[in-house]
Design a protein around this ligand. Structure first.
Ligand code: HEC
Length: 108
């Protein structure tokens, strides 16, 4: 395959994913919410987002305090979104955790 074609395809994937360019993004609940509701997490291409199955954080009520939250999140990214694991200590993961924890606090 020609290099230009490869680059064009890579560009299309980035555009389709609709994810923000993370450079300079800080860990925040808002970013977590954005990632939670955007398709393309972990390079997923099946068009689903976390909120497809967990609208408004459904089924995650007990997950907030779970020591393995990061693993559970990555499990859903690989198994339901068909994506690749994200860095457990990265901005994306930290933000997703914050968002899930913030949902839990509202219910209390
Ligand atoms: C195709 C549907 C689907 C998608 C998409 C999905 N999940 Fe899940 N998720 C599930 C199911 C099913 C479970 C099992 C728990 C249950 O049924 O109560 C689960 C469980 C979890 C749990 C563990 C909950 C607990 O208390 O044990 C976490 C955390 C989680 N998902 C986060 C996410 C995140 C973050 C995303 C987006 C990256 C995501 N999920 C995308 C279906 C999905």
């Amino acid at each position: 395959m020609k290099m230009t074609k490869i680059l064009a395809m890579a560009g299309a994937v980035v555009l389709l994913s609709g994810l923000p360019v993370l450079a300079g993004e800080k860990t925040s609940v808002e970013l977590g919410k954005k990632l939670f509701t955007s398709p393309g997490l972990g390079g997923s291409t099946n068009g689903k987002s976390c909120s497809s199955c967990h609208p408004g954080g459904a089924k995650l009520e007990k997950a907030a305090g779970n020591k393995n939250l990061g693993k559970l999140i990555n499990h859903c990214i690989t198994d339901t979104l068909g994506g690749n694991k994200i860095d457990g200590r990265g901005v994306e993961m930290k933000s997703l955790k914050l968002y899930i924890e913030s949902l839990n606090q509202k219910k209390k």
